[in-house]
Design a protein around this ligand. Sequence first.
Ligand SMILES: [Zn+2]
Length: 154
Amino acid sequence: MNNRRNLCPLQSEEHAALLLDYCARRLDAGRGAALEAHMEQCPACREMRDAQRLVWDSLDAWDAGHTGWEFNQRLQERLRHECRPAWIDTVASWKEGISWKPAVPLAAALALWLIVFPPNGANAPQPQSAQQTEQIEKVLEDVEMLQQIPLSPR
Ligand SMILES: [Zn+2]
């Protein structure tokens, strides 16, 4: 009894690795058979094996799912390439025609966003100071003003 207990792979790190190898199907037939014989008699190792099998089965399932996902991606890419929506060409030609102007309201909006949600210390809501409110109002005015600029792409 004592002897079998000493042989339990779970009793030493090295042997636990053996058990993990077995579950990963990396163990040669001889050692695998010896381990199986031990597991017949050792509930602790059976439990470990079952838990590991669950992990490996999950990984297998994930692998299959991953392949499926990749296939989906490729299919989608192909569809996108072959059934290129008309709006992509429209946007492309529109982008060629315009100047830097549309970028300005965007930059102003970004500035506003940075004022309202500063990157540092924005985690806790802080009472807005009158100065901040003023700044926001000014940026809003700028955005409005910039939106009045007629954009003539051609
Ligand atoms: Zn054992």
